[in-house]
Design a binder for this molecule. Structure first.
Ligand SMILES: *Cc1c(COP(=O)(O)O)cnc(C)c1O
Length: 436
């Protein structure tokens, strides 16, 4: 058992001054129970908490750290930029460099606007789709997360086409009503929404390879069919690759599945661990963004020089070193071994993987949508999670999150992880069968 004395007292103090003690809810460990280790530092694949425990990190700040913690090319770029001033509110060459780099890596993007978070990127993309089409409604998929802006905090419950009901108090009925929700991987449900409301639909926003209900992969032909349907009705397709961008593949999931969206949202990896996100797409659409066009969107710290420097360093290193391909191979090794270990322990799991992302679902059947994901055995997950943490493996503290690999994860890290998982799956099997 790891000692967490210092973390425990920090958590108690944090809860007096910060709601729930955290600045983003999942960090509180609420769905698995226990005290979250408070982090002192990160290096490569490892996290170190304030109690002196060491962990192999599969959270990686929920995705951004493709190269691992404190990679020297990123750290040096940030230090150099900081010495020259941290913010100007005036254009810089670094913004041009990152924009060019991103448009080169993601061919559907002719132009791009930098913002500070994925939430801002998707919120702005939706405003743009509405401005461009002159329509009000948007369609999203149940279990896909696009940040916490009002219009997107809606999933409308299960079933086919329902008007949105807000997921959170504080979101008005009026806002939720223009967000239509359908299950992922269910083409007939989407066709039905379009048949009923097509001429009012500004756009469809989707994670092409959803990662926010755990990792769920699209069925064959599904994404192409969504693209065709949006075209047929004159609605825009907004592909949210805030998580999958530079993770599923260098060109994102859109490159893997051969789809050409109107607007793409990026975040996480694009900032190399600093706060950067972006939205971009076809020139004709992006020209509607202020000051080139009438759709207003702005940001005091957008295009921040430290953040641009980190993004340029991380993406350049990724591109020059085939990082995404290397990680996909390592991921295959790890996930195959995890499946084998679960089999040996007699606990049924599904382990979908894509690029440097994977999820261990405690489920007998394949997980294809939110309903399947929420049917997983959460007792088994909790037992697995806590056993891994005690053995020094830091996983996302929820069944409905994706695990990430970084370039810093070595063969030795993977062997340690698999050997810890052999124990953890046995604990999960006990928790599952006892149902406690
Ligand atoms: C993380 C995430 C967001 C939100 O990004 P923030 O930077 O947390 O606001 C949006 N969409 C997807 C797909 C994400 O994974």
């Amino acid at each position: 058992m790891n000692e967490l004395n210092r973390s425990t007292s920090l958590f108690d103090e944090a809860k007096r001054f910060i709601p729930g003690g955290v600045n983003s809810p999942v960090r509180s460990f609420r769905s698995v129970g226990g005290v979250p280790p408070f982090i002192a530092k990160g290096a490569g694949s490892k996290l170190y908490d304030v109690d002196g425990n060491e962990y192999i990190d599969y959270v990686l700040s929920y995705g951004p750290l493709l190269l691992g913690h404190a990679h020297p090319v990123v750290t040096e770029a940030v230090q150099t930029a900081a010495a020259n001033g941290t913010s100007f509110g005036a254009p810089t060459g670094a913004e041009v460099a990152l924009a060019k780099l991103v448009c080169g890596l993601v061919p559907s993007m002719d132009m791009v606007r930098m913002v500070n978070s994925g939430t801002e990127a998707t919120m702005s993309a939706i405003r743009l789709a509405r401005a461009y089409t002159g329509r009000d409604c948007i369609v999203k998929f149940i279990g896909c997360y696009h940040g916490h802006s009002d219009a997107l905090l809606v999933h409308a419950g299960s079933g086919a086409t329902t008007f949105g009901v807000p997921d959170s108090p504080g979101v008005t009925k009026g806002t939720a009503e223009t967000t239509l929700s359908v299950p992922f991987n269910d083409l007939p449900a989407l066709e039905k929404v379009f048949a009923e409301k097509g001429s009012a639909i500004a756009g469809v926003i989707m994670e092409p390879t959803p990662g926010n209900m755990g990792l769920v992969l699209p069925k064959d032909g599904y994404l192409k069919a969504v693209r065709e349907l949006t075209k047929k009705y004159g609605s825009l397709l907004i592909i949210d690759e805030v998580m999958s961008g530079f993770r599923s593949a260098q060109g994102g999931s859109q490159s893997l599945y051969g789809i050409d969206p109107d607007i793409t949202c990026l975040g996480k990896v694009i900032g190399g661990g600093l706060p950067v996100a972006a939205y971009g797409g076809k020139q004709e659409i992006m020209s509607r963004v202020s000051p080139a066009g009438p759709m207003y969107q702005a940001g005091t710290l957008s295009g921040n020089p430290l953040a641009m420097a980190a993004g340029i360093a991380a993406l350049t290193y990724m591109k020059d070193n085939n990082v995404c391909e290397t990680l996909a191979k390592r991921n295959a090794e790890l996930t195959d071994a995890l499946k084998e270990a679960a089999g040996a322990a007699g606990i049924p799991v599904q382990v979908p993987r894509l690029g440097s992302m994977f999820t261990v679902f405690f489920s007998e059947k394949e997980v294809t949508d939110y309903e399947d994901a929420t049917a997983c055995d959460l007792n088994a997950f909790r037992a697995y999670f806590h056993s891994m943490l005690e053995q020094g493996i830091y996983l996302p503290p929820s069944q409905f999150e994706t695990n990430f690999l970084s370039l810093a994860h070595s063969e030795e890290d993977i062997e340690k992880t698999v050997s810890a998982a052999k124990n953890a799956f046995k604990k999960a099997a006990l928790a599952a069968s006892s149902g406690c």
